[in-house]
Design a protein around this ligand. Structure first.
Ligand code: CTP
Length: 406
């Protein structure tokens, strides 16, 4: 997840649900990323998990009641949130949600929230009947009106044996929503379209021509754009990547399907970034039956796929849409990049140096050179997630955004 939480201070409220044991892992993940986590437990929470568990994982004292909080170096319900970047309450029980909705400040957690002027993120977790009860529904509606961010629970089998909505989501999902609350929202108001992954060009019912793209770079661009406040659509070929939280995902298989998906969605976007490795050719014919090997050779005719990026360069509105392409090159990085920048009428091209085994296809790191009409900037050799952030940094700091932010 990279160290996006490093130095961030989070008040982490834990309430009395069986899911309390799950968030021990969340606190541990935050501490590993060098976040400062102040865990505040309700009385009921401490019956499910020992406060010592959270103290050991966060490396910091755990706050349980007003009195003990004031003992800890004078930190009070006001002081706890004053220094923090956000309050995260997980799991949030129906009772805590109700108390917060009615401003019932009767313990350290509820008084801390009432006194706070920072983002509040709530992860409800309870039995499905309780979650779907009109009382809970109305209380959550009130919390949304306060501007609190409610993260929808997952569906599935619960600890009580019933099935339905009310399960605590996985940390990987929740972390993205928390980051969107605490990181600089420099892409707020932007509508971003990202393409990612390979395409597959079938020639019989079980076989296809494809390439080694893992989708990691495109998924990292989508994930980081969401964290920085954008509304993101991700069109992807088949990959092993998890869909990023908060991102609209469209799955396609062939280059022609990607072409159609992009053409249907590009018009209202303010940033279009094409990280997909589109197959340049598709099989001219496709056998309905699996091709047998009872022959000594097989000649296949290929025909060219549309160059989606080039078409976008021609038809998009360059006054209000920022068009960014990628190029995979093994030599003459700058020259080849510049050629594609001009030929495809792009605003910016990210040239991927695939000559080294530690950057480019399949691996976690990238070595990118950014080229536009004015400058050439070589980015650090770093993780694809960090590379994605560096690309957005470049776009923002060079004032390349064409749509005003709200
Ligand atoms: N691209 C595209 N449609 C294609 C081929 C490529 O939209 N049919 C886009 C890719 O998503 C990428 C850029 O074009 O953003 C460059 O891809 P790359 O494979 O480096 O270059 P090509 O244009 O295919 O040229 P070549 O393979 O000859 O280097």
């Amino acid at each position: 997840m990279s160290n996006s939480f490093a130095g961030k201070r989070i008040v982490f409220g834990v309430t009395g649900s069986i899911a309390a044991f799950k968030v021990a892992g969340w606190v541990s993940a935050l501490a590993k990323e060098e976040a400062l986590v102040d865990v505040v437990m309700t009385e009921a929470a401490a019956k499910f998990v020992a406060p010592l568990t959270f103290a050991s994982l966060s490396g910091r004292p755990v706050f349980e009641d007003m009195f003990s909080a004031e003992q800890e170096g004078g930190i009070s319900h006001i002081g706890l949130s004053r220094e923090a970047d956000c309050i995260l309450i997980a799991p949030a029980t129906a009772k805590t949600i109700a108390r917060l909705a009615y401003g019932l400040a009767d313990d350290l957690l509820t008084t801390t929230v009432l006194a706070a002027r920072i983002p509040v993120i709530i992860c409800p977790a309870m039995n499905v009947q309780m979650y779907e009860h009109p009382a809970t529904f109305n209380n959550l509606k009130i919390l949304r009106k306060f501007g609190y961010h409610i993260i929808e629970p997952d569906s599935g089998l619960m600890a009580c044996g019933e099935e339905g909505s009310g399960r605590l989501p996985e940390w990987e999902q929740v972390a993205e929503y928390v980051l969107r609350q605490i990181l600089s929202q420099d892409l707020a108001g932007q509508k971003v379209l990202v393409t990612a992954g390979p395409t597959r060009e079938p020639y019989d019912p079980v076989r296809f021509i494809s390439n080694r793209s893992s989708g990691k770079m495109g998924f990292a661009l989508a994930r980081t754009a969401f964290r920085r406040g954008a509304e993101v659509t991700l069109i992807s070929g088949p990959t092993a990547q998890q869909p990023p939280a908060g991102v609209e995902c469209v799955n396609i298989t062939t280059a022609l399907e990607m072409h159609q998906a992009v053409m249907e969605r590009y018009e209202d976007k303010s940033i279009i970034i094409k990280a997909a490795a589109v197959s340049d050719f598709r099989c001219a014919t496709q056998s309905d039956e699996k091709i047998k090997k009872n022959r000594s050779s097989l000649v296949m005719e290929l025909e060219q796929n549309p160059d989606i990026l080039k078409e976008l360069g021609r038809i998009c509105d360059h006054n209000r849409q920022l068009l960014i392409g990628f190029a995979a090159e093994s030599s003459n990085i700058e020259e080849e990049g510049r050629k594609k920048l001009l030929d495809k009428e792009l605003d910016l091209i990210a040239v991927n140096d695939i000559s080294s085994a530690s950057a480019g296809f399949e691996v976690d790191n990238n070595q990118i050179t950014l080229i536009d009409s004015f400058q050439v900037v070589k980015l650090l050799h770093t993780s694809k997630l960090q590379t994605a952030d560096l690309i957005w940094d470049h776009v923002v700091s060079n004032e390349m955004l064409k749509t005003d932010r709200p």
